[in-house]
Design a protein around this ligand. Structure first.
Ligand SMILES: Nc1ncnc2c1ncn2[C@@H]1O[C@H](COP(=O)(O)OP(=O)(O)OP(=O)(O)O)[C@@H](O)[C@H]1O
Ligand SMILES: [Mg+2]
Length: 382
């Protein structure tokens, strides 16, 4: 855990003094990945450097796992935390392997263990160990160097990671893969992480919580979905973007809004005229056709008129497969592409699990933006 209590940092003194951090209090819980977000110059890097005491606090207290950093041994403190610096900062005259193993060597790990660790970390950042181990930083692209910076920060397996725009120089495709790999690792290792980024998408994807700064102040500190749904002021709303409802949809899953017991369902063997009667009696606009627990498709009244065959022969197959853990953003995208307002949802075995509707999704968004209890289950629609 990291706690910041009335933290202030002023660089220099007199008329040239720069107040980089004004008065910040918050805490990063153990095992959480917290994003530091904000425009250039708002104090993100300064806060990281105060945390591992590369620079000295002006006022306030920072504690790391209960220890006041200003009372800790600065060398030990720094070795106990991984730090990926914004400028990457590899040692140019050392090989990649030596760069990565800087802290393990200081800690006296044996050669074999270091070798193994270097291989493991290179693989994690998606660089072929045999090809990169013995090169020098100048022989790597900027994005590759940055990945080495991330590997170095993880090398001695510290509990606390301070990462300053660690993926900023990596192209979108590799970045996505490294983010995913990093998240997989984080789910397992549960490090306590302060992670700086300029990228709101990265923030939403990676952060357990997001801290948004402005001019040395902490403006909002919340879970990503709360930041998106209830930005505290116009500054935050502008920062997260006009498409914040779409961004929220990237965080919400089908299982959170779906109807698990829709009543507009019909067995495939039902005859068309029976199905039509059922549809008209209930006032449904369409029916989901099931056979052996699976959704074979859907039917509209106009397909049933003058027909007598079983509905399973008339059903139109769903154009896409929707799973319970799919992001609502993807579902909405399917709905727009295929001009559909309802899709069938499948469980892990491919069986019909319920339906997801455009109206349910919209209702959920409206609830969130009205600031209502976000855990309230969505009600049936159709
Ligand atoms: N050593 C220093 N001496 C004087 N001023 C400094 C020093 N380091 C940072 N500052 C100032 O403190 C403020 C915050 O800087 P900081 O590097 O923390 O910003 P940042 O949020 O990390 O920005 P960026 O997104 O551009 O990396 C800036 O106004 C910067 O000019
Ligand atoms: Mg910075």
């Amino acid at each position: 855990m990291i706690t910041y209590e009335n933290v202030a940092k002023i660089f220099g003194s007199g008329p040239e003094a720069v107040t980089a951090i004004k008065n910040i209090s918050f805490e990063i819980e153990k095992g959480n990945l917290v994003i530091f977000l904000g425009p250039s110059g708002c104090g993100k890097t300064t806060l990281l450097r105060l945390t591992n005491r590369l620079i000295t606090l002006t006022r306030g207290t920072i504690t790391v796992n209960g220890q006041d950093v200003m009372k800790a041994d600065p060398v030990k403190l720094r070795q106990s935390m991984g730090y990926a610096i914004q400028q990457i900062g590899l040692f140019p005259n050392k090989t990649i392997a030596d760069n990565i193993s800087t802290v393990p060597r200081l800690l006296g790990w044996d050669r074999k263990k270091i070798q193994e660790r270097v291989g493991e970390l290179l693989a994690m950042v998606q660089l072929e160990p045999a090809a990169f181990r013995d090169r020098f930083p100048a022989e790597l692209s900027g994005g590759q160097q940055q990945r080495i910076g991330v590997a170095r920060c993880l090398a001695a397996n510290p509990d606390i990671l301070l990462m300053d725009e660690p993926f900023g120089a990596i192209d979108p495709i590799n970045r996505e893969e490294i983010q995913n790999e990093f998240l997989r690792l984080q789910r397992k290792l549960k490090k306590t992480i302060a992670f700086v980024t300029h990228d709101i998408h990265e923030a939403i994807k990676m952060g357990d919580k997001i801290a948004i700064f402005q001019d040395g102040n902490l403006v909002q500190y919340d879970k990503p979905e709360i930041i998106l749904a209830q930005p505290k002021n116009q500054y935050i709303a502008d920062f997260v973007g006009a498409d914040r409802a779409l961004k929220v949809l990237g965080l919400l899953r089908v299982e959170e809004v779906m109807d698990r017991n829709p009543s507009n369902v019909v067995d495939g063997k039902t005859s068309a005229n029976e199905a039509l009667k059922f549809l008209e009696d209930k006032g449904f606009r369409h029916l989901v056709v099931l056979r052996g627990g699976k959704a074979v498709g859907y039917i509209h009244p106009r397909q049933l008129k003058y027909e007598t065959s079983p509905v399973q022969d008339l059903a139109i197959a769903y154009p896409v497969r929707v799973d319970e853990d799919m992001a609502l953003r993807d579902v909405i995208s399917f709905m727009l592409m295929h001009d559909m307002r309802v899709l069938a949802v499948m469980d892990g075995d491919g069986n019909f699990a319920g339906t997801v509707t455009y109206d349910q999704i919209q209702k959920r968004i409206l609830e969130m933006y009205a600031g209502e209890d976000e855990k309230k289950p969505a009600k049936d629609q159709e």
